[in-house]
Design a binder for this molecule. Structure first.
Ligand SMILES: [Zn+2]
Length: 289
């Protein structure tokens, strides 16, 4: 069945209440922008309460006395998007290499932490916020970073524990990701991933239930990305790409990053029961597209 309004925020309003509370669960500071920045900005602009929770603080070692720099950048980014509250679940990054390093002295790495305890921490926030909607990650954790895969697992469990009625998992259509990677190679932008690194990542188009056109929030999304100074000025695997993105004119930025995608999870799947077969697809064209 085609729905005229594919926008989860607006549909939540239609289905539920005038002012909803949306909690977006992310792995690291900066993840909130690329996958969900436009959605968060739109939700805030429409008068909903928007909360961002990150599992990790973007630090591999001990947190410096003045606090984690990337959490400060996250707060700056969130302020630009209109987010009302930012919380850190208390974990350190796990890293993306083959080695899971020992925990820093002051906290556990997210993938080494007890997933049930992590889910309880998130569930406590969801209950306190009386969250109507949780944004989390697809089963592949997007491109497969261990912390992102764990966000998927912990997000679903927390929604179950807290009884959140709707869970939308941020993702991208796999073929769109592969096209973007080809474009990056064509433009000879340094990008330290193997050519086939994205073959089994994100989601097939058939799994996507919501496609949002968030181009009118492109300026905010670009500014939020630029607030992640350690990423923009660093030498991480996507630093060169980020530097190019934040310098793009807003219309071009909007063309490249003005869409966001989600897969809605059936609550019976979350509750561990058998999902109804042939889960309804609500894939529709963009309203504003
Ligand atoms: Zn991340």
């Amino acid at each position: 069945m085609e729905r005229r309004d594919p926008d989860p925020v607006r549909r939540l309003v239609v289905d539920n209440v005038v002012m909803a509370t949306l909690v977006a669960f992310h792995a690291h500071p900066d993840d909130e922008v690329i996958l969900t920045g436009g959605t968060l900005a739109q939700a805030a602009a429409e008068g909903h309460r928007v909360v961002v929770v990150v599992a990790c603080d973007g630090v591999m070692g001990a947190v410096p006395p003045q606090g984690a720099p990337r959490l400060r950048e996250l707060r700056a980014s969130a302020a630009i998007l209109g987010v009302h509250r930012v919380e850190h679940l208390g974990y350190a990054d796990s890293g993306h290499g083959p080695i899971l390093y020992p925990d820093p002295p002051d906290r556990a790495r997210f993938t080494r932490a007890d997933p049930e305890e992590a889910a309880e921490r998130l569930a406590a926030l969801l209950r306190a916020e009386n969250a109507d909607l949780l944004l989390s990650y697809d089963p592949n954790g997007g491109y497969g970073h261990p912390d992102h895969v764990r966000v998927h697992q912990v997000g679903r469990r927390a929604a179950e524990l807290a009884g959140v009625r709707r869970v939308l998992e941020a993702t991208m259509p796999r073929d769109t990701v592969q096209r973007l990677v080809r474009l990056i190679r064509l433009l000879r932008i340094p990008f330290r991933f193997d050519d086939n690194a994205f073959d089994a990542t994100y989601s097939p188009a058939s799994a996507i239930t919501h496609r949002l056109n968030v181009r009118r929030f492109a300026r905010q999304k670009r500014a939020a990305l630029a607030a992640h100074l350690s990423e923009v000025n660093g030498n991480g695997r996507i630093a060169s790409v980020t530097r190019v993105l934040v310098r793009l004119p807003v219309p071009l930025f909007g063309l490249l990053l003005g869409r966001e995608w989600f897969s809605e999870v059936s609550m019976s799947t979350i509750a561990g029961r058998t999902a109804p077969s042939g889960q309804e697809s609500t894939t529709t064209p963009d309203v504003a597209g």
